[in-house]
Design a protein. Structure first.
Length: 90
């Protein structure tokens, strides 16, 4: 079994900063408006390996993308995550 090299991982905050840089958002995370949080998380989902595009611009998010968006939201924007009840208990 091969072990993962820690140098190949991104921290959740690094992914958020990468998304913010690509969206030209310069505010600190705790100063972001809800619309900016949505943009950042959506951009992360758009970059997921299982997101496909229909008619050239309509994204369909796969399980990996949805899981990544939810995980990053929980880790980096927990108040937003709780406010919109993004958990599913079953």
């Amino acid at each position: 079994m091969q072990t993962a090299n820690i140098n190949n991982w991104l921290y959740s905050w690094e992914l958020v900063e990468w998304a913010k840089a690509n969206l030209n958002i310069t505010e600190l995370n705790d100063e972001l408006k809800e619309e900016e949080i949505r943009e950042v998380i959506r951009w992360i989902g758009l970059c997921s390996t299982d997101t496909i595009f229909i008619d050239g611009d309509k994204p369909i998010f796969g399980r990996i993308g949805i899981g990544l968006m939810l995980s990053i939201t929980l880790l980096e924007f927990p108040e937003y995550y709780m406010k919109y009840g993004l958990s599913q208990f079953d």
